[in-house]
Write a protein that binds this ligand. Structure first.
Ligand SMILES: [Zn+2]
Ligand SMILES: [Zn+2]
Length: 262
């Protein structure tokens, strides 16, 4: 009972800070891209037809409250476990080498990516798709608010990795926060609805990172391009759309003013 009381005590702060951080960044992204520069970025849209209406965004905002609630519960549990000494989170950087602190950022991203890919594929299994993941896929023309639009069970399943990671891997606490911020920005990028990355992206060493087009195609076609941060798993498992790179290039041509229909 004491544990539940302590977790509940941590909850309001976690919820309010999550709401402020996510709400501010997502709203700014939406306002800038979908409103202020809408006309100027017309050719940068990934799907030519705009279908994200007020009803879709209202549903996404409602779902977002559940997603943030789950996030706040999870961070409250991690804080509780830390105060009881069950995690390996540390706040004095000299406890481990600085090299490890930096490396741990990438290690956690790789674990998150691996976990996301396989849970995402599981959620697409025909036997369970309609119960959980369908809610996220109700948004076909994605926008920044889609980045938090999930059935409440989805963030529960997608974030479970945090407990074994926090309990078994020594992580400098601010690095975990950086991973969360990276995750937030990467998630918004994936649901931007616009391709902001440059034409050379998929011809440079950065092409192992997913683009907005990569995840947008997942929403448009439902199957394929399951990865979140990286393309490794899709490449390895043969689930990346064959025309991903050509679609990306076609959008880049359109951005130059050449009108192709995609
Ligand atoms: Zn999906
Ligand atoms: Zn999505």
């Amino acid at each position: 009972m004491d544990a539940i009381k302590q977790i509940l005590q941590n909850f309001p702060q976690g919820f309010i800070s999550g709401l402020l951080l996510n709400g501010t960044v997502i709203t700014i992204a939406y306002f800038l891209i979908w409103k202020l520069f809408k006309k100027r970025l017309q050719n940068w849209r990934i799907q030519l037809k705009e279908r994200a209406d007020a009803a879709q965004i209202k549903n996404e905002l409602k779902n977002g409250l559940f997603t943030l609630t789950v996030g706040a519960i999870f961070s409250s549990i991690v804080i509780f476990l830390s105060t009881r000494g069950y995690t390996k989170l540390y706040t004095t950087i000299s406890n481990y080498s600085i090299v490890w602190a930096v490396a741990s950022f990438f290690v956690i991203l790789l674990i998150d990516d691996l976990w996301f890919y396989w849970v995402h594929r599981l959620l697409h299994h025909p036997a369970i798709f309609k119960y959980i993941h369908l809610e996220h896929h109700k948004s076909v023309d994605v926008n920044p608010f889609t980045s938090v639009s999930f059935h409440f069970m989805e963030p529960v399943l997608l974030t479970l990795w945090i407990f074994p990671v926090a309990c078994f891997i020594p992580i400098y606490a601010p690095i975990l926060m950086l991973v969360q911020i990276w995750g937030l920005l990467d998630n918004i990028k994936s649901h931007l609805g616009y391709e902001l990355y440059p034409a050379w992206w998929n011809r440079s060493w950065l092409r192992f990172l997913t683009t907005s087009t990569h995840h947008n195609m997942h929403h448009k076609k439902f199957k394929g391009n399951y990865g979140v941060h990286f393309r490794f798993w899709d490449k390895l498992m043969g689930t990346e759309f064959n025309d991903y790179e050509s679609q990306y290039d076609a959008i880049q041509e359109r951005k130059k003013g050449k009108h192709d229909t995609i």
